[in-house]
Design a protein around this ligand. Structure first.
Ligand SMILES: [Zn+2]
Length: 471
């Protein structure tokens, strides 16, 4: 009797972080049912997608996304509904957003609130959560960490900067080293992971004071405030805390050569450190700040020099980096340009849709990086680091049927009018990509086919994170 399945993806090259093989992929009940040599199995599929000439990769996992996050008391970043739809167009099937605890608030209550908000918002792709611990957090928060991990939130984000960001009503993101030490100690005991936005706040404050004194406080000078040494100083301190607590450390969005070298050295000394780079920093350098609308290109920690960008690429290609993320934090152009000084320039950009395509083009197509490393950085690596593997990040029997097709020869022009985020500009407007995602499948449902939305909206679900692992 011929077996009947929901979906068959035929004729493509199925890629993982360690292998590439021409295989048919059978999908049933939302899961990968089998992999088989082309035509080897007698099955009848309700739907067949011909992937000839394309890479068949696990759906993108974007480990760093801020949907519905307040920039000020009246302005929120784009919703998960809008951002997740854009993500699907760009080949991402899972995002990891943040639940924010602050000051004496409860960590578990913050996670519950974010989960409730996302249920209402109805994202179109699956999602997991990190917890942010910010400001003057109390010791009570530490006691909530084991339950957060048991409930599927096993990563804890902290900031060494932003003592007074975001204006009134928003509060500080900054945590002192004592608080970070406390969270690392507790997370290590329960096999969690701590992720840190690393920039030394006092060095930045000094730089800002100097720029004001010199009359050079305009936003175009932001790179002189958010320097490589400020990043390095904080990364090296956090690596020390990681080393002495043995808590895994995910170094968010490394932007500088100094920072990359620090993480590389620590990994050599067996510190459990993982690096993240944004496709934003792989695409742009600090020269962009001199453009008339230069601050559009800013996202913290900010753009650095061409040499710094080279070091980021070395880290990407040579295994220092575990994840290429977007740090999507999307506001319209007028909000983005409202901050005109080095201490008020707005964060963020709408990168979730362009991440997979821009990075494919600049890594696999342009720099001849392997497609396996690409899958490692965009899907399998982040899924492993944040405990979503092998449910996410892998095309293998039993995994969720989250599948993306990439046409490696597509000549794709990114234009603002063709993007889907809730935004009116893109720092990739006008970019030519060689290779681009064409088709996105979430849990066996074809959301996007050949660049057209064909699926149902609002079907994304929360995916609990297990314990973090090595990529
Ligand atoms: Zn961020």
């Amino acid at each position: 009797m011929t077996r009947v399945i929901d979906l068959l993806v035929t004729g493509g090259d199925v890629v993982s972080a360690s292998s590439t093989a021409r295989l048919d992929v059978g999908v049933d009940n939302g899961k990968i049912a089998f992999l088989a040599s082309p035509g080897a199995l007698e099955v009848e599929a309700r739907r067949v997608i011909d992937a000839t000439g394309q890479f068949v990769i696990p759906g993108g996992v974007d480990a760093h996304v801020h949907f519905g996050f307040p920039l000020s008391s009246e302005t929120m970043s784009q919703s998960a509904a809008a951002g997740s739809r854009a993500a699907a167009f760009g080949g991402t099937t899972t995002f990891i957003d943040f639940a924010r605890q602050s000051d004496d608030g409860s960590l578990l209550a913050a996670i519950d609130k974010k989960r409730d908000d996302l249920k209402v918002d109805k994202p179109s792709i699956d999602y997991a959560l990190h917890a942010m611990i910010t400001g003057l957090s109390t010791l009570d928060v530490l006691d909530e960490i084991p339950e957060a991990i048991a409930d599927g939130v096993s990563s804890f984000k902290m900031f060494t900067t932003f003592t007074s960001t975001g204006g009134p009503g928003v509060g500080d993101l900054y945590s002192d080293d004592g608080r970070i030490w406390g969270v690392m100690t507790r997370a290590a005991r329960h096999n969690g992971i701590v992720m840190v936005h690393c920039e030394d706040d006092s060095l930045i404050a000094h730089n800002i004071h100097c720029l004001y004194k010199e009359g050079r406080e305009q936003a175009s000078h932001v790179a002189e405030a958010r320097t490589a040494v400020a990043e390095e100083a904080a990364i090296r301190r956090m690596l020390l805390l990681s080393r002495r607590t043995n808590c895994p450390l995910y170094v968010c969005h490394i932007t500088s050569r100094y920072g990359m070298e620090a993480v590389f050295e620590a990994q050599g000394a067996r510190v459990p450190a993982f690096g993240e780079v944004l496709h934003h920093n792989l695409s742009h350098t600090e020269e962009k700040y001199a453009l008339p609308e230069g601050p559009l290109f800013h996202t913290y920690p900010g753009l650095k020099s061409l040499d710094d960008q080279r070091a980021l690429w070395e880290g990407v290609i040579d295994d220092v980096v575990a994840s290429v993320s977007s740090d999507d934090f999307t506001f319209p152009r007028d909000v983005k340009l409202a901050g005109t000084t080095v201490d008020t320039v707005s964060a963020g950009h709408n990168g979730i849709e362009t991440r997979m395509g821009v990075f494919f083009s600049s890594s696999v197509a342009l720099r001849k990086m392997s497609i396996n490393r690409y899958v490692g950085l965009t899907s399998e690596g982040p899924a492993k680091v944040f405990g979503l593997f092998p449910r996410k990040g892998l095309i293998a029997p039993g995994s969720d049927a989250d599948i993306v097709l990439i046409d490696p020869h597509a000549d794709h022009l990114i234009e603002q009018g063709g993007l889907h985020s809730d935004c009116d500009y893109s720092v990739w407007d006008g970019w030519h990509c060689t290779g681009y995602p064409t088709t996105t499948i979430l849990g066996g449902n074809v959301l996007v086919e050949n660049g057209m939305w064909t699926g149902q909206e609002g079907r994304g679900a929360f995916v609990p994170s297990g314990l973090p692992g090595e990529p």
